[in-house]
Unconditional design. Structure first.
Length: 367
Protein backbone atom coordinates (compact mmCIF):
# COMPACT_ATOMS: atom_id res chain seq x y z
CA UNK A 1 0.00 0.00 0.00
CA UNK A 2 1.21 3.50 -0.84
CA UNK A 3 1.64 5.49 2.33
CA UNK A 4 1.52 9.27 2.60
CA UNK A 5 2.85 11.46 5.35
CA UNK A 6 1.50 14.80 6.44
CA UNK A 7 2.30 18.21 5.08
CA UNK A 8 5.78 19.12 6.27
CA UNK A 9 5.89 22.83 5.52
CA UNK A 10 4.07 25.46 3.52
CA UNK A 11 4.82 23.72 0.24
CA UNK A 12 6.75 20.60 1.28
CA UNK A 13 5.07 17.23 1.00
CA UNK A 14 6.68 13.87 1.59
CA UNK A 15 4.97 11.47 -0.75
CA UNK A 16 5.91 7.81 -1.16
CA UNK A 17 5.81 7.38 -4.91
CA UNK A 18 5.44 3.96 -6.60
CA UNK A 19 8.82 2.71 -7.90
CA UNK A 20 7.81 2.82 -11.56
CA UNK A 21 6.81 6.49 -11.30
CA UNK A 22 10.12 7.27 -9.60
CA UNK A 23 11.92 5.58 -12.44
CA UNK A 24 9.84 7.42 -15.03
CA UNK A 25 10.69 10.71 -13.36
CA UNK A 26 14.37 9.81 -13.59
CA UNK A 27 14.03 8.96 -17.29
CA UNK A 28 12.17 12.20 -18.05
CA UNK A 29 14.81 14.21 -16.20
CA UNK A 30 17.60 12.50 -18.14
CA UNK A 31 15.84 13.57 -21.32
CA UNK A 32 15.52 17.17 -20.13
CA UNK A 33 11.77 16.90 -19.48
CA UNK A 34 9.59 17.63 -16.46
CA UNK A 35 7.21 15.12 -14.85
CA UNK A 36 4.77 16.06 -12.09
CA UNK A 37 2.06 14.31 -10.09
CA UNK A 38 -1.07 16.44 -10.43
CA UNK A 39 -4.62 16.73 -9.18
CA UNK A 40 -6.39 14.29 -6.90
CA UNK A 41 -3.33 12.48 -5.56
CA UNK A 42 -1.79 15.74 -4.35
CA UNK A 43 -5.08 16.95 -2.88
CA UNK A 44 -5.69 13.67 -1.08
CA UNK A 45 -2.15 13.60 0.30
CA UNK A 46 -2.64 17.01 1.89
CA UNK A 47 -5.98 15.84 3.34
CA UNK A 48 -4.28 12.81 4.86
CA UNK A 49 -5.84 10.29 2.48
CA UNK A 50 -4.16 7.58 0.43
CA UNK A 51 -4.69 8.10 -3.31
CA UNK A 52 -5.69 5.10 -5.37
CA UNK A 53 -3.98 6.32 -8.52
CA UNK A 54 -1.56 8.97 -9.71
CA UNK A 55 -2.17 11.29 -12.66
CA UNK A 56 1.01 12.67 -14.20
CA UNK A 57 1.68 15.68 -16.37
CA UNK A 58 4.70 16.78 -18.40
CA UNK A 59 6.13 19.25 -20.87
CA UNK A 60 7.04 16.34 -23.17
CA UNK A 61 4.88 15.88 -26.28
CA UNK A 62 3.01 12.55 -26.62
CA UNK A 63 5.59 11.18 -29.08
CA UNK A 64 8.36 12.13 -26.66
CA UNK A 65 6.49 10.45 -23.79
CA UNK A 66 6.32 7.24 -25.82
CA UNK A 67 10.01 7.41 -26.69
CA UNK A 68 11.07 8.03 -23.08
CA UNK A 69 8.84 5.21 -21.84
CA UNK A 70 10.41 2.89 -24.40
CA UNK A 71 13.85 3.66 -22.97
CA UNK A 72 12.68 2.19 -19.67
CA UNK A 73 10.97 -0.78 -21.29
CA UNK A 74 7.51 0.46 -20.30
CA UNK A 75 4.38 -0.41 -22.24
CA UNK A 76 2.38 2.53 -23.61
CA UNK A 77 -1.26 2.77 -24.61
CA UNK A 78 -2.63 5.49 -26.85
CA UNK A 79 -5.86 6.48 -25.08
CA UNK A 80 -6.01 10.03 -26.40
CA UNK A 81 -2.76 10.91 -28.08
CA UNK A 82 -4.40 13.60 -30.19
CA UNK A 83 -5.45 15.25 -26.90
CA UNK A 84 -1.99 14.91 -25.39
CA UNK A 85 -2.65 11.81 -23.25
CA UNK A 86 -0.63 8.58 -23.18
CA UNK A 87 -0.90 5.77 -20.61
CA UNK A 88 2.48 4.44 -19.48
CA UNK A 89 2.57 1.29 -17.34
CA UNK A 90 -1.00 2.01 -16.24
CA UNK A 91 -0.36 5.67 -15.38
CA UNK A 92 -1.99 8.45 -17.41
CA UNK A 93 0.54 11.06 -18.54
CA UNK A 94 -0.87 14.26 -20.04
CA UNK A 95 1.15 16.88 -21.85
CA UNK A 96 0.73 20.47 -20.60
CA UNK A 97 -2.09 21.80 -22.77
CA UNK A 98 -4.83 24.32 -23.41
CA UNK A 99 -8.17 22.83 -24.40
CA UNK A 100 -9.95 24.22 -27.45
CA UNK A 101 -13.73 23.82 -27.31
CA UNK A 102 -16.10 22.76 -24.55
CA UNK A 103 -16.94 19.49 -22.87
CA UNK A 104 -15.12 16.57 -21.36
CA UNK A 105 -13.27 15.97 -24.60
CA UNK A 106 -12.12 19.19 -26.29
CA UNK A 107 -12.25 19.71 -30.06
CA UNK A 108 -8.47 20.09 -30.09
CA UNK A 109 -5.56 21.06 -27.85
CA UNK A 110 -2.65 23.49 -27.96
CA UNK A 111 0.46 22.50 -26.05
CA UNK A 112 1.67 24.97 -23.47
CA UNK A 113 3.69 25.20 -20.26
CA UNK A 114 2.68 24.50 -16.65
CA UNK A 115 1.29 28.03 -16.23
CA UNK A 116 -0.96 27.54 -19.23
CA UNK A 117 -1.98 24.04 -18.22
CA UNK A 118 -3.18 25.02 -14.75
CA UNK A 119 -5.72 27.43 -16.25
CA UNK A 120 -7.76 24.60 -17.79
CA UNK A 121 -8.30 22.81 -14.47
CA UNK A 122 -11.59 23.03 -12.61
CA UNK A 123 -10.96 23.81 -8.94
CA UNK A 124 -7.92 25.23 -7.17
CA UNK A 125 -7.74 22.23 -4.82
CA UNK A 126 -7.39 19.99 -7.89
CA UNK A 127 -4.82 22.20 -9.59
CA UNK A 128 -1.78 21.44 -7.44
CA UNK A 129 1.37 19.90 -8.93
CA UNK A 130 3.88 17.78 -7.02
CA UNK A 131 7.54 18.16 -7.97
CA UNK A 132 8.92 14.62 -7.68
CA UNK A 133 12.54 15.73 -7.49
CA UNK A 134 12.22 18.52 -4.93
CA UNK A 135 9.38 16.84 -3.04
CA UNK A 136 7.32 19.98 -2.91
CA UNK A 137 4.01 21.34 -4.08
CA UNK A 138 3.88 23.72 -7.01
CA UNK A 139 0.88 25.94 -6.35
CA UNK A 140 0.09 28.54 -9.01
CA UNK A 141 -3.54 29.25 -8.06
CA UNK A 142 -3.76 29.33 -4.25
CA UNK A 143 -5.04 25.77 -3.98
CA UNK A 144 -2.95 24.94 -0.91
CA UNK A 145 -4.45 27.83 1.01
CA UNK A 146 -7.95 26.86 -0.14
CA UNK A 147 -7.47 23.30 1.13
CA UNK A 148 -6.39 24.61 4.52
CA UNK A 149 -9.41 26.93 4.63
CA UNK A 150 -11.71 24.20 3.26
CA UNK A 151 -12.70 26.59 0.50
CA UNK A 152 -13.94 25.45 -2.90
CA UNK A 153 -13.01 27.90 -5.63
CA UNK A 154 -12.70 27.58 -9.38
CA UNK A 155 -9.48 28.26 -11.24
CA UNK A 156 -10.16 31.64 -12.81
CA UNK A 157 -13.64 32.77 -13.86
CA UNK A 158 -16.26 30.31 -12.48
CA UNK A 159 -18.74 30.93 -15.29
CA UNK A 160 -16.11 30.08 -17.87
CA UNK A 161 -14.99 26.94 -16.01
CA UNK A 162 -18.59 25.70 -15.67
CA UNK A 163 -19.44 26.55 -19.28
CA UNK A 164 -16.47 24.45 -20.43
CA UNK A 165 -18.00 21.41 -18.75
CA UNK A 166 -21.25 21.83 -16.76
CA UNK A 167 -20.57 18.60 -14.83
CA UNK A 168 -17.98 20.63 -12.93
CA UNK A 169 -20.94 22.14 -11.09
CA UNK A 170 -21.73 18.80 -9.47
CA UNK A 171 -18.04 18.23 -8.80
CA UNK A 172 -17.83 21.56 -6.97
CA UNK A 173 -20.75 20.52 -4.77
CA UNK A 174 -19.17 17.12 -4.10
CA UNK A 175 -15.83 18.57 -3.08
CA UNK A 176 -17.48 21.14 -0.80
CA UNK A 177 -19.18 18.25 1.02
CA UNK A 178 -16.00 16.15 0.93
CA UNK A 179 -13.78 18.70 2.67
CA UNK A 180 -16.62 19.87 4.89
CA UNK A 181 -16.18 23.46 3.83
CA UNK A 182 -17.85 26.12 1.73
CA UNK A 183 -17.57 27.68 -1.70
CA UNK A 184 -16.09 31.02 -2.52
CA UNK A 185 -18.72 33.69 -3.10
CA UNK A 186 -18.13 33.98 -6.84
CA UNK A 187 -18.17 30.20 -7.31
CA UNK A 188 -21.42 29.84 -5.37
CA UNK A 189 -23.05 32.76 -7.18
CA UNK A 190 -22.12 31.29 -10.56
CA UNK A 191 -23.78 28.03 -9.56
CA UNK A 192 -26.90 29.80 -8.29
CA UNK A 193 -27.21 31.79 -11.50
CA UNK A 194 -26.79 28.76 -13.76
CA UNK A 195 -27.21 25.33 -12.11
CA UNK A 196 -28.24 23.63 -15.36
CA UNK A 197 -26.47 20.44 -16.45
CA UNK A 198 -27.80 20.75 -20.00
CA UNK A 199 -25.66 19.00 -22.56
CA UNK A 200 -24.23 16.45 -20.11
CA UNK A 201 -25.02 12.79 -20.80
CA UNK A 202 -27.17 10.87 -18.35
CA UNK A 203 -24.27 8.43 -17.86
CA UNK A 204 -21.93 11.16 -16.63
CA UNK A 205 -24.59 12.67 -14.35
CA UNK A 206 -25.35 9.24 -12.88
CA UNK A 207 -21.67 8.48 -12.29
CA UNK A 208 -20.98 11.84 -10.65
CA UNK A 209 -24.09 11.66 -8.46
CA UNK A 210 -23.20 8.22 -7.14
CA UNK A 211 -19.60 9.36 -6.59
CA UNK A 212 -20.95 12.27 -4.55
CA UNK A 213 -22.93 9.96 -2.26
CA UNK A 214 -20.00 7.60 -1.77
CA UNK A 215 -17.21 10.15 -1.35
CA UNK A 216 -18.82 13.17 0.30
CA UNK A 217 -17.88 13.20 3.96
CA UNK A 218 -21.18 14.92 4.69
CA UNK A 219 -23.64 13.25 2.33
CA UNK A 220 -26.57 15.14 3.80
CA UNK A 221 -24.82 18.44 3.09
CA UNK A 222 -24.12 17.24 -0.46
CA UNK A 223 -27.78 16.47 -1.12
CA UNK A 224 -28.91 19.69 0.56
CA UNK A 225 -26.65 21.77 -1.71
CA UNK A 226 -28.09 20.04 -4.76
CA UNK A 227 -31.52 21.05 -3.48
CA UNK A 228 -30.51 24.67 -2.82
CA UNK A 229 -29.03 24.96 -6.29
CA UNK A 230 -32.02 23.35 -8.04
CA UNK A 231 -29.98 20.60 -9.69
CA UNK A 232 -32.47 17.79 -9.12
CA UNK A 233 -34.39 18.65 -12.27
CA UNK A 234 -31.40 17.45 -14.29
CA UNK A 235 -30.41 14.56 -12.02
CA UNK A 236 -33.91 13.04 -11.71
CA UNK A 237 -36.11 15.01 -14.13
CA UNK A 238 -39.84 14.72 -13.57
CA UNK A 239 -39.58 13.00 -10.19
CA UNK A 240 -40.57 14.22 -6.73
CA UNK A 241 -37.52 14.70 -4.51
CA UNK A 242 -37.61 13.93 -0.80
CA UNK A 243 -35.89 16.90 0.83
CA UNK A 244 -35.46 15.25 4.22
CA UNK A 245 -31.91 14.19 3.47
CA UNK A 246 -30.29 11.47 5.57
CA UNK A 247 -26.69 12.22 6.54
CA UNK A 248 -26.02 8.72 7.90
CA UNK A 249 -26.72 6.58 4.84
CA UNK A 250 -23.59 6.06 2.73
CA UNK A 251 -25.06 3.26 0.60
CA UNK A 252 -25.98 4.87 -2.70
CA UNK A 253 -28.89 2.56 -3.55
CA UNK A 254 -30.57 3.17 -0.20
CA UNK A 255 -29.84 6.89 -0.46
CA UNK A 256 -31.37 7.10 -3.94
CA UNK A 257 -34.42 5.13 -2.78
CA UNK A 258 -34.82 7.59 0.09
CA UNK A 259 -34.51 10.52 -2.31
CA UNK A 260 -37.18 9.10 -4.65
CA UNK A 261 -39.50 7.35 -2.18
CA UNK A 262 -42.29 9.89 -2.77
CA UNK A 263 -42.81 8.55 -6.29
CA UNK A 264 -44.73 5.44 -7.42
CA UNK A 265 -42.33 2.54 -7.98
CA UNK A 266 -43.39 2.08 -11.61
CA UNK A 267 -42.51 5.71 -12.36
CA UNK A 268 -39.12 5.34 -10.68
CA UNK A 269 -38.56 2.16 -12.71
CA UNK A 270 -39.12 3.82 -16.08
CA UNK A 271 -37.18 6.96 -15.14
CA UNK A 272 -34.07 5.19 -13.84
CA UNK A 273 -33.99 3.04 -16.97
CA UNK A 274 -33.95 6.18 -19.09
CA UNK A 275 -31.19 7.76 -16.97
CA UNK A 276 -28.56 5.07 -17.64
CA UNK A 277 -28.79 3.25 -14.31
CA UNK A 278 -27.81 -0.40 -14.65
CA UNK A 279 -30.40 -3.16 -14.74
CA UNK A 280 -29.32 -4.33 -11.28
CA UNK A 281 -29.38 -0.82 -9.81
CA UNK A 282 -32.92 -0.31 -11.13
CA UNK A 283 -34.07 -3.66 -9.70
CA UNK A 284 -32.60 -2.98 -6.28
CA UNK A 285 -33.71 0.65 -5.91
CA UNK A 286 -37.24 -0.04 -7.19
CA UNK A 287 -37.52 -3.07 -4.89
CA UNK A 288 -36.74 -0.88 -1.88
CA UNK A 289 -39.50 1.53 -2.88
CA UNK A 290 -41.91 -1.38 -3.41
CA UNK A 291 -41.17 -2.57 0.13
CA UNK A 292 -42.33 0.84 1.33
CA UNK A 293 -45.52 0.54 -0.75
CA UNK A 294 -46.11 -3.03 0.42
CA UNK A 295 -49.52 -4.62 0.83
CA UNK A 296 -49.75 -8.24 2.06
CA UNK A 297 -51.66 -9.25 -1.07
CA UNK A 298 -48.41 -8.61 -2.98
CA UNK A 299 -46.17 -10.80 -0.80
CA UNK A 300 -45.78 -13.51 -3.46
CA UNK A 301 -44.66 -11.04 -6.16
CA UNK A 302 -42.42 -9.14 -3.74
CA UNK A 303 -40.63 -12.33 -2.70
CA UNK A 304 -40.13 -13.42 -6.31
CA UNK A 305 -38.65 -10.02 -7.13
CA UNK A 306 -36.47 -10.17 -4.03
CA UNK A 307 -34.83 -13.30 -5.43
CA UNK A 308 -33.32 -11.34 -8.35
CA UNK A 309 -32.09 -8.39 -6.29
CA UNK A 310 -28.57 -8.15 -4.91
CA UNK A 311 -29.62 -6.29 -1.79
CA UNK A 312 -27.85 -7.34 1.40
CA UNK A 313 -29.34 -7.59 4.91
CA UNK A 314 -27.38 -4.50 5.95
CA UNK A 315 -29.06 -2.46 3.20
CA UNK A 316 -32.50 -3.72 4.26
CA UNK A 317 -31.76 -2.74 7.85
CA UNK A 318 -30.76 0.74 6.67
CA UNK A 319 -33.98 1.02 4.70
CA UNK A 320 -36.00 -0.24 7.66
CA UNK A 321 -34.51 2.52 9.82
CA UNK A 322 -35.98 5.02 7.35
CA UNK A 323 -39.39 3.60 6.35
CA UNK A 324 -40.22 1.30 9.27
CA UNK A 325 -39.12 -2.00 10.76
CA UNK A 326 -42.16 -3.84 9.39
CA UNK A 327 -40.26 -4.40 6.14
CA UNK A 328 -37.91 -6.73 8.03
CA UNK A 329 -40.85 -9.16 8.37
CA UNK A 330 -41.33 -9.04 4.60
CA UNK A 331 -37.64 -9.66 3.99
CA UNK A 332 -37.45 -12.67 6.32
CA UNK A 333 -40.69 -14.30 5.19
CA UNK A 334 -40.22 -17.45 3.08
CA UNK A 335 -42.61 -18.70 0.41
CA UNK A 336 -43.75 -22.24 1.16
CA UNK A 337 -46.95 -23.07 -0.77
CA UNK A 338 -46.43 -25.65 -3.52
CA UNK A 339 -48.51 -26.03 -6.69
CA UNK A 340 -49.36 -29.62 -5.74
CA UNK A 341 -51.41 -28.26 -2.83
CA UNK A 342 -53.56 -26.28 -5.23
CA UNK A 343 -53.87 -29.19 -7.65
CA UNK A 344 -54.92 -31.53 -4.85
CA UNK A 345 -57.83 -29.23 -4.16
CA UNK A 346 -58.96 -29.27 -7.78
CA UNK A 347 -57.50 -26.01 -9.05
CA UNK A 348 -56.29 -25.84 -12.66
CA UNK A 349 -54.37 -23.44 -14.95
CA UNK A 350 -54.39 -19.83 -13.81
CA UNK A 351 -56.33 -20.83 -10.70
CA UNK A 352 -53.22 -22.56 -9.35
CA UNK A 353 -51.22 -19.33 -9.37
CA UNK A 354 -54.08 -17.37 -7.84
CA UNK A 355 -54.46 -19.97 -5.09
CA UNK A 356 -50.74 -19.89 -4.25
CA UNK A 357 -50.75 -16.10 -4.03
CA UNK A 358 -53.81 -16.08 -1.78
CA UNK A 359 -52.39 -18.75 0.54
CA UNK A 360 -49.04 -16.96 0.83
CA UNK A 361 -50.91 -13.79 1.78
CA UNK A 362 -52.87 -15.70 4.45
CA UNK A 363 -49.70 -17.23 5.83
CA UNK A 364 -47.95 -13.85 5.91
CA UNK A 365 -50.89 -12.18 7.67
CA UNK A 366 -51.03 -14.95 10.25
CA UNK A 367 -47.44 -14.39 11.42
Amino acid sequence: MIRLTTLLAESKLKLNIPPDIKNLHKLFKQNGKQLYVVGGAVRDAILGKTPKDFDLTTDAKPEEVEAIAKQGGYKTVDVGKSFGVVVVNGHEIATFRKDIGKGRRPDAVDYTDIKGDVKRRDLTINALFYDLGREEIVDLVGGLSDIKKKKIRTVGDPKQRFDEDPLRKMRAVRFAATVGGSMSKDTWNALRQSPSLKGISSERIRDEFIKGILKAGLVGAYLKMLTKLGMWKDIFPGLIINQKHNNKIKDYKVQIANTLKGNPSDKVLSKLKSLSYTVQEVRDIVHLIKLKEFSSKDIYIIKKEQAVTKLKPQQIKMWASIVGKNILKIWKFKLSVQSKEAISQGYKGKQIGDYIKQRETELFDSK
